[in-house]
Design a protein around this ligand. Structure first.
Ligand SMILES: [Zn+2]
Length: 233
C-alpha cells in the first residue's frame, strides 16, 4: 500500500424516477456519489472533490459528472452528499485535531495541578526540574531535566531526593516516571525553602509537579474540561 495518495469511494444515491435512460429509454436510472480524497496510510484525511454519476440498471449506461444534464447534476450534487457520508473522509484530520486538543488539555491540567501542588506539598510529590538551573551544573548542557522526590517536609523547608539520571527533555522525565524507572539518590538530600518554591516555578526551574493518584487533590475532570474550553475562547 502506498503511504499516501488519492483514493475514490462511491456512495449510494437514489433512484431517479422521472428521467429515462438515453440509451434504452427505460426508467431505471440510479444515481451514486463519487468522493475523491487524500489518504495517509489508508486513513482518509482530506476530501478533495465530490461528483455524481448515474447508471441505468437495465443497460448499464453510465454517465459521470458533466455528462449528466446540468439541472439533474445540480440536484444530485445537492441531494447525494451530507455530513454523515462525507465526514469520514476527514477522519485523519479530525484525529490529528483531537490529538492536538487532548495534548493542550493535558498540559493545561498539568499546569493547574502543579499550581495546586506547589501550595500544598506532600511527601512523595515528584518535581520535574531544570537540573542545570537548580544546581548550576555546566557539565552536560544538553542534558538538563531531572526529577526529585519530596522525602520530608518541615514548617519552613522541603527535603528532596534527587534522581540519579539527567535527561534531554522534560518529556523524557515524564516517560521514566510513567514507566516507574525513576530512581533516587537516597544518601544525599537537597533542601529548598518553602518560601522559594513559587519563585522557582515562576522562573521555570520547576517545570511541573506530579503526584501519586491516591494523593491527588480531587478536582473533578469535568471542571477542568470546562475551564479548559473557556481558556480556548
Ligand atoms: Zn439504459
Amino acid at each position: 500500500m502506498f503511504l499516501f495518495g488519492f483514493k475514490v469511494k462511491h456512495t449510494p444515491g437514489s433512484a431517479i424516477e422521472h428521467i429515462s435512460c438515453s440509451n434504452c429509454q427505460k426508467y431505471q436510472i440510479k444515481s451514486f456519489g463519487i468522493l475523491r480524497y487524500f489518504h495517509v496510510w489508508g486513513i482518509p484525511t482530506l476530501l478533495t472533490s465530490k461528483e455524481v454519476g448515474t447508471k441505468c440498471t437495465n443497460c448499464n449506461e453510465m454517465l459521470i459528472g458533466k455528462e449528466i444534464a446540468q439541472d439533474l447534476r445540480q440536484d444530485l450534487l445537492k441531494n447525494t452528499f451530507n455530513i454523515s457520508n462525507t465526514i469520514t473522509r476527514y477522519s485523519g484530520i479530525i484525529l490529528i485535531a483531537l490529538m492536538i486538543l487532548y495534548n493542550h488539555y493535558d498540559s493545561y491540567r498539568t499546569e493547574i495541578n502543579t499550581e495546586n501542588y506547589i501550595k500544598q506539598p506532600l511527601v512523595g510529590d515528584l518535581y520535574i526540574i531544570n537540573y542545570n538551573d537548580l544546581f548550576e551544573n555546566k557539565r552536560y548542557p544538553s542534558f538538563k531535566y531531572n526529577v526529585m522526590r519530596i522525602k520530608s517536609l518541615s514548617a519552613t523547608s522541603i527535603e528532596f531526593q534527587v534522581s540519579n539520571s539527567v535527561y534531554k527533555t522534560a518529556y523524557d522525565v515524564h516517560k521514566i516516571i510513567r514507566d516507574h524507572k525513576d530512581n533516587y539518590n537516597r544518601r544525599h538530600s537537597f533542601y529548598i525553602d518553602l518560601s522559594k518554591l513559587q519563585a522557582l516555578k515562576d522562573a521555570g526551574t520547576i517545570t511541573s509537579i506530579e503526584r501519586d493518584r491516591v494523593n491527588q487533590i480531587p478536582i473533578e475532570s469535568e471542571k477542568i474540561w470546562i475551564k479548559f474550553i473557556n481558556s480556548l475562547t
